[in-house]
Design a protein around this ligand. Structure first.
Ligand code: NDP
Length: 330
């Protein structure tokens, strides 16, 4: 796989161009600020609300989405994935003209063909692998958040150069960006959410329930499991020194306990099957259909799932933990 850095990503393809950032939330604000600090010309497109007021306070020209779509040479759709289709259909699509570039920070809507841009525009993706605040903070520190870049439609013949220049403008090529496809970025992202995190979440809940039923105080369990941030530190060290190598920072008892028991888990095949089913549902679009139906119905299942999560004893346990202790997480 090839990584691209600053030297591979000249900004010249964006000089003299207007970048229209639609949405001024997590990614929108971070990317707009970084692009402006990189010397590029940015306007914000948004509803006349809190977000656009924030954009104006930050010194940007904030326009209605329709006007930003008309003014921009490169239009970045940085609003939630669930609303992109409607905003695109109702406001943006009829204003697009040949020669413009449409940029996404996630491949979902293009990959599942919920948005089908006209043939005359370039369609690219610059998808930071970090939340917006980190995209901004790392940029200010002189570093950058890595990103994936992809091209879905290359009418100009230089769509990848545009994507790389945008990645450079937000600081991503300081860390390095990897070229991928909309399909792969979308599938990987959804797999992480549906194949991996559910198992981690269920594992932690089961551990919590098991320990509390065995007589351990819930707040003590919450502190031990995640409240102290030891778990977060382990993930950070996995990225920094290595998945297994970070284990050396822990006692030999810990290393032996973890490595010996990981090999004894009796349901590895079931876990693998669960993951394969999740990936299959992503690939055959049944998840995307299910999620679209859920949105159209007004989120009945999602609302119930959130209520169940909010009612779990873990919430009370961590409140009590925070009341008792001043953890780094506050
Ligand atoms: P946010 O939820 O932070 O977006 C909020 C912005 O979208 C606000 O300006 C909000 O305006 C506007 N908005 C919300 N609903 C509408 C609507 N119906 N019409 C017009 N504007 C609307 O989005 P994210 O930054 O989280 O996500 C943007 C894109 O970036 C997505 O494609 C996401 O997958 C991707 N991404 C996000 C990451 C992250 O850090 N969260 C990481 C990597 C990629 P208002 O104030 O009116 O609500």
């Amino acid at each position: 796989m090839r990584a691209y850095y600053d030297a591979d990503a000249p900004l010249d393809v964006l000089r003299g161009k207007t970048l229209g950032i639609i949405g001024y939330g997590n990614q929108g604000r971070a990317q707009a600020l970084n692009l402006r600090d990189s010397g590029l010309s940015v306007v914000i497109g948004g509803l006349r609300d809190e977000s656009t007021r924030q954009a104006e306070t930050d010194g940007f020209e904030a326009l209605p989405i329709a006007e930003a779509a008309e003014r921009a040479d490169v239009l970045a759709l940085l609003i939630p994935d669930e609303v992109q289709r409607q905003v695109y259909d109702e406001v943006i699509s009829k204003r697009l003209r040949a020669g413009q570039t449409l940029d996404f920070a996630h491949g979902y809507n293009i990959h599942f063909r919920l948005i089908v841009p006209p043939p005359g525009v370039d369609v690219i993706m610059v998808a930071p692998r970090m939340i917006g605040t980190m995209v901004r903070e790392s940029f200010v520190e002189g570093k950058g958040a890595p990103a994936f870049v992809a091209v879905a439609q290359d009418v100009s013949g230089h769509a990848l150069r545009t994507a790389l220049a945008l990645a450079r403008g937000i600081g991503a090529t300081r860390a390095g960006v990897l070229e991928t496809t909309f399909a792969q970025e979308t599938e990987l992202d959804l797999f992480q959410e549906q194949g991996l995190w559910p198992l981690l979440v269920r594992t932690m809940l089961t551990a919590f329930e098991c320990l509390v039923a065995s007589g351990f105080p819930p707040e003590m369990v919450a502190l031990e499991m995640y409240g102290s941030e030891e778990g977060a530190e382990i993930f950070r060290e996995m990225a920094r020194v290595g998945f297994f190598k970070q284990m050396r920072f822990h006692s030999q008892t810990s290393q032996y306990g973890t490595l010996s028991r990981a090999g004894q888990i009796p349901f590895q095949q079931e876990m693998r099957s669960f993951m394969e089913r999740a990936l299959a549902g992503i690939r055959d679009k049944s998840f995307a259909d299910e999620w679209r139906r859920e949105q159209e119905a007004g989120y009945p299942t999602f609302t119930k799932l959130r209520e169940q999560a909010d009612a779990h004893l873990m919430n009370l346990a961590e409140e009590e933990m925070r009341r008792l202790l001043r953890t780094r997480a506050g």
